[in-house]
Design a protein around this ligand. Structure first.
Ligand SMILES: Nc1ncnc2c1ncn2[C@@H]1O[C@H](COP(=O)(O)OP(=O)(O)OP(=O)(O)O)[C@@H](O)[C@H]1O
Ligand SMILES: [Mg+2]
Length: 364
C-alpha cells in the first residue's frame, strides 16, 4: 500500500509566490497549509504537525529564521524537513538558515522542476526518518520483551541453586557448593542487568516516578549493603555507613531507590581493588538529604566525570570490566525523576565520590 503524501506547511506572505507553490505542490498530490505570518505558521505547526515546511525569510511577527529555530527546538520538529524559499540569496543567509536548522535552501525566483525535485528529496528523507524511528521502537520493544521474559527463568534458576545449597537435594560435596555460589553470583549480576534495563524502559516511556511512597533511606541502604556483602567481603573491602540522623524519610519509589543504591555500591565495589574502603554517608540538611558513596578505587578522570551519567557511557580505563554503562544513567533518571540531582566528584589518585541529593519527605 502506498503511504499518504506528507503534509506541507507553507509560510510565505507573498500571495503570488503562495499561489504558484500551491499549484505546483497540489498537482504533485501534496496537502498544503498556507500561512502568511510567522505566528500563524507556528500555530499551524503545533496543530497539524506537518512533515515538510517551506518557509520564507521575511515574515510578519516571527521571521523565517526564528520560526525555523523554534520548530527545530520543539520535540515535534526534530524530524521534519525544513526548506527556505526566499529572495535572500546571500551566502551568509544560506549559512545562517542551515545553521538555524533548515535542511535545504532555495532562492527565489525558483524553477518549478527544481522545487519539485527538492521537495521529493525532502519526502524521501522524512519517509526514511519515519522508518528508522519505527524500526528503533520495534527493536527497543523486542529488547524489553526478551529482557522481561528472562526474569522468571533467572529467578527460578536462582531458587533452585539456593535449594541445592540448603541441602534440599541431599548433601553436596564442598566443591559443588562453591560452584553453586559462583553460579548464584552470576545469576544476581544478570538479574541486576535485567532490572536496570526494565527500569530504564519504564523511565524512558514516561512512566518512571509514578508510585511514590515514604521510605527510610537508611533502611534501604542497609538492605542493599547486606545484599552485596558476599561480594565485598570476598574482596576484603571495608564498607561503612554513617549518618547525622537517626531516620531520614524520602518520598520515592522504594524499588527505584534500591536500584540507585545498588548500582552506586556495585560500581564502588567493582572499581575498588581488594582491601580498599567504601564510605557511605547520609547527611540530613534542612529539607534535603545527601547520600555520598566514596571509594578508594581507580578514580575517574575529571573530564570524563559528567558524561558518565549518559546512556552507555563508560570511562576509557574501565572498558575491560563487565557492565553495560546503563547504571549511572538510570541513577540520574531516577533521582531527577524524584526532584533530586546526582553528581560525581573525581578525587584523582584517591578514588571516586558519587553523590545524590533528594528532597526529604514530611510523612513519618
Ligand atoms: N566508583 C567508580 N569508580 C571508577 N569508575 C566508575 C565508578 N562508577 C562509575 N565509574 C565509571 O563510570 C562508568 C559508567 O558506570 P555505570 O554504572 O553507568 O556502568 P557500568 O558499571 O560500566 O555498567 P552497568 O550498566 O552494569 O552498571 C563505568 O563503566 C566506569 O567507567
Ligand atoms: Mg555500574
Amino acid at each position: 500500500m502506498k503511504s499518504a503524501k506528507p503534509r506541507i506547511l507553507i509560510a510565505d506572505s507573498d500571495k503570488k509566490s503562495v499561489t504558484l507553490l500551491n499549484q505546483i505542490l497540489s498537482a504533485e498530490g501534496f496537502n498544503t497549509i498556507v500561512c502568511e505570518t510567522g505566528s500563524a505558521a507556528w500555530q499551524a505547526f503545533e496543530k497539524h504537525e506537518p512533515a515538510i515546511v517551506i518557509v520564507d525569510w521575511v515574515l510578519p511577527e516571527i521571521n523565517g529564521l526564528d520560526l525555523c529555530k523554534k520548530m527545530r527546538a520543539d520535540p515535534r520538529g526534530r524530524h521534519i524537513y525544513i526548506m527556505f524559499l526566499t529572495a535572500r540569496g546571500l551566502r551568509e543567509n544560506i549559512v545562517a538558515g542551515i545553521n538555524g536548522g533548515a535542511d535545504d535552501y532555495m532562492v527565489k525566483p525558483f524553477y518549478a522542476e527544481e522545487l519539485k525535485a527538492r521537495v521529493r528529496a525532502g519526502e524521501r528523507m522524512v519517509s526514511l526518518q519515519k522508518q528508522l524511528l519505527e524500526r528503533n521502537t520495534m527493536l527497543e520493544e523486542l529488547v524489553y520483551t526478551v529482557t522481561h521474559d528472562l526474569r522468571t527463568p533467572l529467578i527460578a534458576m536462582d531458587m533452585t541453586a539456593q535449594q541445592a545449597t540448603d541441602g534440599l537435594y541431599g548433601e553436596l560435596p564442598a566443591s559443588y557448593g562453591r560452584i553453586l555460589d559462583t553460579t548464584r553470583r552470576s545469576l544476581k549480576d544478570l538479574l541486576g542487568m535485567v532490572d536496570n534495563l526494565l527500569s530504564v524502559a519504564r523511565y524512558e516511556s514516561g512512566k518512571g516516578a509514578a508510585a511514590n511512597e515514604s521510605c527510610s533511606i537508611l533502611k534501604v541502604c542497609q538492605e542493599c549493603m547486606s545484599e552485596l556483602s558476599p561480594i565485598y567481603s570476598r574482596k576484603n573491602l571495608q564498607v561503612n555507613l554513617t549518618s547525622n540522623a537517626q531516620e531520614v524519610q524520602v518520598n520515592v519509589n522504594r524499588r527505584d531507590l534500591r536500584r540507585v543504591i545498588l548500582n552506586l555500591l556495585d560500581n564502588a565495589i567493582k572499581f575498588t581493588p581488594a582491601k580498599g574502603e567504601i564510605r557511605i554517608s547520609v547527611e540530613l540538611a534542612a529539607d534535603k538529604v545527601i547520600m555520598q558513596i566514596q571509594d578508594s578505587g581507580l578514580g575517574i578522570k575529571k573530564e570524563e566525570a559528567k558524561q558518565l551519567f549518559e546512556r552507555f557511557a563508560r570511562a576509557k580505563s574501565t572498558r575491560h570490566a563487565p557492565g553495560t554503562g546503563l547504571g549511572l544513567y538510570l541513577c540520574r533518571r531516577i533521582i531527577e525523576g524524584h526532584g533530586g540531582v546526582v553528581d560525581c566528584i573525581p578525587r584523582p589518585s584517591e578514588g571516586t565520590t558519587v553523590s545524590f541529593l533528594l528532597p526529604v519527605s514530611n510523612q513519618k
